[in-house]
Write a protein that binds this ligand. Structure first.
Ligand code: MG
Length: 181
């Protein structure tokens, strides 16, 4: 029942992902969530580290942004970063992911890695799409909106239930650090 909430991969941040291993495993496309995955909520534009990462990634992968945010900041960020994007994606529903696949003309879902910081939207949604899901820890939880804070409570409950019912999940969440504050 909770299988779809288990990330295939889990890393502390986008900078710690083993991209070489993923390439060897057949990943060709990387879709990133925006808020708290690439940048915290209080920042608007890509920093130098992100530009360096993009330069490295684009040698091996097609990359894009799939964000639930309706705000103009998605557009502004994606333009500054010069990559394709889908905003107001409505993750975990499939429509935004399908828009993303269409935009990049991707047919083979198994070649897609989705990277995001939320179980309920990013991981659940991308597992439903049969993408490879990758959880990263949120960059800064303090600046999250109330709805996200509420999602985090639910996320914690689901994570604990998932581990309770699925022993394998424990290894997937092994490094996941949920603060108790
Ligand atoms: Mg996010």
């Amino acid at each position: 029942m909770f299988k779809k909430f288990i990330p295939k991969y889990h890393y502390k941040s986008i900078y710690e992902i083993d991209y070489l291993k993923l390439k060897e495993q057949g990943i060709k496309v990387i879709m990133f969530d925006l808020d708290n995955t690439l940048i915290p909520y209080h920042e608007a534009l890509p920093n130098n580290d992100l530009f360096k990462l993009k330069e490295q990634l684009q040698k091996d992968f097609k990359i894009m942004i799939v964000s639930n945010s309706k705000k103009e900041r998605v557009e502004r960020f994606a333009k500054a970063y010069d990559i394709l994007y889908v905003k107001f994606a409505k993750k975990p529903f499939k429509s935004g992911f399908i828009r993303a696949l269409d935009l990049m003309n991707i047919k083979d879902k198994e070649t897609v890695l989705f990277v995001g910081d939320q179980l309920l939207t990013d991981i659940f949604g991308s597992n439903r799409m049969n993408f490879n899901s990758c959880l990263v820890d949120p960059i800064n939880k303090d600046t999250e909106a109330l709805i996200t804070k509420m999602n985090r409570l639910l996320e914690k409950l689901i994570k604990n239930l998932t581990i309770l019912f699925n022993k394998k999940a424990k290894t997937k969440f092994n490094n996941y650090e949920v603060s108790d504050d």
